[in-house]
Design a protein around this ligand. Structure first.
Ligand SMILES: Cc1ncc(C[n+]2csc(CCOP(=O)(O)OP(=O)(O)O)c2C)c(N)n1
Length: 592
């Protein structure tokens, strides 16, 4: 770790010969490509997914989907240890899954650069919580960079690889939804073809038994102290003195809001949010009359500044929840009234399962049979909403099976006769398998329903190990879910077509009645994956009983007093015809 080797402003910008309008996520991919990344392994998760998808378009990079974030991190760690620049990308909750290898990779360090890109989702646009990944950087003692626009996404990613190799550590890039999914102009450069470094056996560095790990921990502390000092000079942390009556310390998307809301305020924009440049902060604080910290989610930076004995305020203005905005900052700091919210009488438009979604019939039957549903994360979580209303709990990816098992231990086996654990194919492969093994091993009587729609639907159709294709769309070996469940020791495995409601009901009744673990695989491709050739259904002789509306199909509408099928939306799955007691719904005629 030679001090003079740390990055200069010119190096950060690199030679630039082209400018493009890019999503933050695309710019991260561009930066990684320019930095000579060779191996990328990720698990999809909004708002991070497009980074890996964009990287898959660069032929020089070996890009793969992994079954989960832990595997992805281990694969990229292995690649970095073996000398290649490598990167893994995930959403914030993915870091929880990957935390085990991440914490110890901070001890071993790397050979080729290793970048861990995590995208947080303040306001939970598509997440189950608002956790702040900056805590991970602190807890694992890993440096963290936070870009504030697409240009910085590209620049900071290049810098992250450089820092990783210079300092022998993984480096985090932290994004948030507004940085990942906003477009701005990016000056791009050429790819640096960085050679793969030689592989060197070095058990003292890479075998983390207590004796070795204790020595490496000393290195971690030294590295952190060095970087905390170097951070004071790093060009990613930028002071702009304007009116010195007010100074704002901020980073990422919050910086953009601050510039609009408080254009005259002096700013310290932190490009590195861990470790913090405390001397630079102290110097900035000494130049302004009032010091404010504007950060989304937790008040980490504010706490550290206060702990250093520097007076500042932050969370008193904004609280811990949701995204900041120009209006929110103006209102909190300047007392400007918040703009009026939109009209309150607008009808709510909750998201719904697509027309023809194979999950629909499953939840319709689960509701009808009055079964308790231990749910999971995927498109099917939407079935928690009325009228399907078929979910009792949803915690995190893969949790459904464990929750059903725990409930059985609390309530007894009889409880499992009225309970089903439901999860998708990607989620089962992500983190459901081990819980299934647990259920068999501990002689539970739970019923597991795997919704095998041959794709990772929720995050926008990524391939997975059961889909038979890899990230580039090429054929790949497909995990046989039926065989896999049998190999886990499940004796009762049934495969059903979720469009066949009667058969589905029968199988549900039989399998929930068992005294042993059983698995039902509801197998039918996602409605957006395979277009049906069936003509839209029509309603004739409707008795207006509303039974078909309980399917919650967007193609079935009540227009004034009449229930009709919208031919532009109907894909002809025929489930509505099955639930109509009056046989008033039938296949329409193919257009001439
Ligand atoms: C740990 C973690 N990683 C990633 C995600 C993002 N995510 C939400 S659902 C989902 C997968 C859904 O796929 P699948 O289980 O096949 O169900 P589908 O949406 O296709 O019905 C993913 C990757 C997440 N919520 N948590």
């Amino acid at each position: 770790m030679e001090k003079n080797k740390l990055i200069t402003a010119e190096e950060m910008g690199a030679p630039q010969n082209d400018a493009r309008l890019m999503l933050g996520n695309e710019a991260v991919a561009q930066g990684a490509w320019e930095a000579g990344v060779r191996v990328v392994s990720s698990y999809p998760g909004t708002p991070s997914t497009e980074i890996t998808e964009a990287l898959a378009r660069y032929p020089e990079v070996n890009v793969q989907w992994a079954p989960n974030e832990k595997v992805a991190t281990e694969v990229t760690f292995g690649a970095a240890m073996a000398g290649a620049r490598a990167m893994t990308c995930m959403k914030h909750v993915g870091v929880n899954v990957a935390a085990d290898p991440i914490f110890t990779a901070a001890y071993t360090g790397v050979n080729g650069g290793l970048v861990l890109c995590c995208a947080d989702d303040p306001a939970m646009h598509s997440s189950q919580n608002e956790q702040d990944s900056r805590y991970y950087a602190r807890a694992a003692h890993i440096p963290m960079l936070e870009p504030a626009d697409s240009q910085e996404c590209r620049d900071f990613t290049k810098l992250a690889f450089q820092l990783s190799e210079e300092l022998d550590t993984p480096v985090f890039i932290r994004l948030t939804t507004r940085i990942s999914h906003a477009r701005s102009v990016v000056a791009v450069g050429e790819r640096d073809e960085i050679d793969v470094k030689p592989y060197r056996k070095d058990p003292m560095k890479y075998v983390m038994m207590p004796g070795m790990a204790r020595k490496r921990h000393v290195q971690v502390e030294k590295r952190e102290a060095f970087l905390a000092e170097a951070a004071n000079q790093m060009p990613v942390n930028v002071v702009k003195l304007r009116d010195t009556a007010m100074g704002v310390i901020t980073s990422g998307a919050s910086y953009q809001y601050v510039r609009d809301a408080l254009p005259n305020a002096s700013t310290l924009k932190l490009g590195m949010v861990y470790p913090l440049p405390m001397k630079l902060i102290a110097s900035f604080a000494s130049k302004v009359d009032q010091l404010i910290v504007m950060e989304e989610l937790e008040g980490l930076i504010e706490k550290d500044i206060k702990a250093a004995g520097i007076a500042c305020e932050g969370k008193k203005y904004t609280g811990l929840q949701g995204e900041l905005s120009v209006e929110r900052i103006r209102s909190a700091v300047l007392g400007t009234p918040m703009p009026e919210a939109g009209p309150e009488d607008l009808p709510a438009r909750p998201p719904v399962l697509c027309p023809g979604c194979p999950h629909r019939g499953v939840f319709y039957e689960l509701n009808r049979l009055g079964l308790r549903v231990m749910g999971d994360i995927g498109c099917y979580t939407l079935a928690a909403l009325p009228p399907l209303s078929a979910m009792d709990a949803c915690l995190c990816m893969g949790a459904s099976i464990g929750m059903a098992g725990g409930a059985e231990r609390a309530q007894g086996k009889e409880f499992s006769r009225g309970t089903v654990a439901v999860l998708g194919d990607s989620t089962f492969l992500h983190s459901g398998i081990t819980s299934l093994v647990d259920a068999v091993y501990n002689r539970e009587a739970i019923t597991v329903l795997i919704l095998d729609n041959r794709i990772t639907g929720m995050t926008g159709h990524q391939q997975n190990p059961a889909s038979g294709r890899e990230i580039h769309g090429e054929a790949a070996p497909a995990v046989d879910l039926e065989q896999l469940c049998r190999a886990c020791g499940v004796e009762h495995v049934r495969v059903v077509d979720p469009f066949e409601l009667k058969a589905l009901e029968q199988v549900l009744r039989e399998e929930t009645a068992r005294d042993a673990v059983s698995v039902i695989i509801a197998k039918r491709p996602c409605a957006l994956l395979e277009k049906t050739t069936v003509p839209p259904y029509v309603i004739e002789g409707c008795k207006n009983c509303g039974a078909c509306l309980k399917l919650s199909c967007p193609a079935i509408e009540r227009r004034e007093k009449q229930v009709v099928i919208n031919p532009a939306l109907c894909i002809g799955c025929g489930m509505c015809a099955q639930v109509c007691a009056f046989h008033a719904i039938r296949e329409g005629r193919r257009p001439e």
